[in-house]
Design a protein around this ligand. Structure first.
Ligand SMILES: Cc1ncc(COP(=O)(O)O)c(C=O)c1O
Length: 392
């Protein structure tokens, strides 16, 4: 008799060790409740602008249903090169230094897999997007978190990064404006971080997905700073700025050798991003800027309302200068963030994400996505205020 088959024993150890996303776990509860206002999921409430959807329809109508080159449609890479040069002041060769991916998610994954040898340490700032630490672990690297504080507007400091560096440190991951805090960086502070990277010979991965949703000040990418273009992989996509989450399209720009290494993984895993999405993305990048500006203006109005509402109800909330997330402190209530979020959902039907889902530094906070209508945000804010009052 052979031993009973145990499927779980076949799961690789580093996969078994990965926790389920704190957001997923939470949204399983949301599904089971009625009348819930969701400030949970981090995606635009706007439908993709019509001319972008039309470009996808046009591609289908004309039978554009094939694979593209592994790097992606040349016209899309050319449009990206032009936009990145104009808006971010960094020049890339569309033939060798840009790859189109299945969202920033894939770009991040293949960038990490392309650079990590087992045991390499990757520094990132926390609270952060849920996939950062698991993506490093899945690539057999060691994630090293540096925490960002509200008193510093959730920016990361060069000193904190330098303290975390060891002989095994290979790269630094940055995401400004940040999911979940809305933190941004000034050019002056980024220059200090660039100096650390140059002195310690670090590679930088910069996730620019919220850069167009910067409400105050000018966004600077670390890739544009002196000496940094050569040592930075610039990741960006269409999900947030153009409300295109379902199209699953993003890109990475960087030194040709690193893009080539990423392409080797991409060609055997994804092969290419969907041609229909690439056609839509081309239209977005060529003609979508006015839509982005209009959406950003609406997010700003909602941000001002929700931040003010939190501060008025006694939940201290710093002003997020970018992204579409507010990150109020709930420490004054005495509840842990998960308990607060679960009770808010069960007792008052508002879904927010506990800060702890974004790493231990997120404990004591709540992520509230304001990419939902102002009417809904107003009702949600009333309900949250009622809940907070009931705790006093
Ligand atoms: C910081 C950050 N990076 C990447 C992603 C994933 O983006 P995409 O839809 O392009 O895969 C998200 C999505 O929420 C995000 O917040």
């Amino acid at each position: 008799m052979s031993a009973p088959f145990n499927p779980e024993s076949f799961v690789a150890k580093n996969v078994r060790d990965i926790p389920r996303s704190g957001i997923r776990e939470f949204f399983d509860i949301v599904q089971s409740q009625k009348g819930v206002i969701s400030l949970g999921v981090g995606e635009p409430d706007f439908v993709t602008p019509w001319h972008i959807r039309e470009a996808a329809i046009y591609a289908l109508e004309h039978g554009r249903t094939t694979y593209t080159s592994n790097l992606g449609l040349p016209k899309l890479r050319e449009a990206i090169a032009t936009m990145v040069e104009e808006n971010f002041k960094v020049t890339y060769d569309p033939k060798t230094q840009i790859i189109i991916t299945v969202g920033v998610s894939e770009a991040l994954d293949i960038a990490l897999r392309a650079i990590i040898n087992p045991g390499d340490e990757i520094i990132y700032h926390e609270p952060c997007y849920v996939s950062y630490s698991p993506s490093v672990s899945l690539a057999h690297g060691i994630p090293v978190a540096v925490s960002c504080k509200p008193e510093n507007n959730f920016a990361v400091t060069a000193e904190a990064i330098e303290r975390a560096i060891t002989p095994r440190t290979k790269a630094l991951m940055l995401n400004f404006p940040t999911n979940p805090t809305g933190g941004t960086m000034t050019r002056t502070d980024l220059l200090k971080i660039a100096d650390v990277c140059l002195r310690h010979n670090l590679l930088v991965l910069t996730d620019e997905i919220y850069s167009e949703l910067t409400f105050e000040g000018e966004h600077t990418s670390i890739a544009s700073l002196p000496g940094m273009r050569e040592r930075t992989i610039f990741l960006h996509g269409f999900s947030k700025a153009y409300a295109m989450t379902g199209f699953r399209v993003g890109y990475a720009c960087g030194p040709a050798e690193l893009i080539e290494a990423m392409m080797r993984i991409h060609q055997y895993s994804m092969l290419c991003a969907s041609i229909i999405s690439q056609e839509a993305a081309t239209e977005a990048i060529l003609h979508g800027e006015p839509d982005t500006i209009e959406m950003r203006d609406q997010y700003r109005v909602r941000r001002n309302f929700i931040v003010n509402a939190f501060n008025q109800m006694g939940l201290t909330c710093h002003l997020p200068r970018g992204s579409f997330y507010a990150f109020p402190s709930i420490q004054s209530t005495g509840l842990a963030s998960k308990e607060f979020a679960i009770r808010l959902l069960r007792e008052h039907q508002v879904a927010c994400v506990p800060g702890s889902a974004f790493g231990p530094s997120g404990e004591g906070f709540l992520r509230c996505c304001f990419a939902t209508s102002l009417d809904q945000i107003q009702v949600a804010a009333d309900r949250i205020a009622k809940f907070v009052k009931s705790l006093r």
